[in-house]
Design a protein around this ligand. Sequence first.
Ligand code: 5RP
Length: 230
Amino acid sequence: MYSVSQRKTCMHPGKRAAAAAALELVKIDTILGVGTGSTVNVFIDLLAEAGTRITGAVASSEATAARLEGHGIEVLDLNMTGDLELYIDGADESNANLELIKGGGAALTREKIIAGASREFICIVDHSKQVDILGEFPLPVEVIPMARSYVAREIVKLGADPEFREAPRTDNGNIILDCFGFSITNPVELEAALNAIPGVVTNGLFARRGADKLIVGYDDGRIETIDKPD
Ligand code: 5RP
C-alpha cells in the first residue's frame, strides 16, 4: 500500500521501485547528473524526501531543473562542474546490451551530453521498456528547424517514416521528428548514420554511449539490476 505522498509522486510501482533502488547508489556530497521524464521525476522527489545531501545537480532539461530547484536542490552548469561521477536517467526502450532509445520527453540532446560527460550512467526503467530489438518506440531525432523537410527525406531513405512532433520546440529551440518503422539491429551504425545528416542535432539512440547499469522495476515492487555486458 502506498502512502499519500508516494501516490502523489508516481502511481507506477515499477518506475517507483527502479527510482528507489537508484537512490541507494547516490553518494553524499556528489554532483549528480539528472535526466528527464516521469521515472526521473519520481527519483527527484524521493531524493528530496530522503534528504540525501548532494552538492548539486546538472539537469538535462528545463523541466528537470525546475523540479530540482523546487526541492531546494542547486542546479549547476556542466561547463563549471567538469565530468560527473554519476548520471541517472530513464529510457523509452532498452535492449540486452543496454543500448537505449531516449527522447520521448524531447530532452535527448542534453541527455546525451550529460551521459557522455559522466563516468557512470544508471538507467531506471519499468519492465515494459525492455525489448529484444529497439525501434518499436518511434526514434526521436532533434533537428534544426530549417532542415526539417530535408532531414525527413534522408530518414525515409534510411527506411523509416518520420513524423513531425506537434509540440513546443525543444529546450534548444529545435524540432523533433519521431521516426516510425525502424527495426534497429545495429544501433551503433544507425546512430552514426542519423547524426551524419546535416541538420540533425542528435538522435535518441544511446548506443555508442549506452547505459552502464539498468535498474528494472516490476509492478510487484521487485527490481532487477543488469550491468552492461563486456
Ligand atoms: C526524455 C527521455 C525519458 O528518459 C524517456 O522518455 C522515458 O520517460 P519516462 O520515464 O516518462 O517513461 O528520454 O527525453
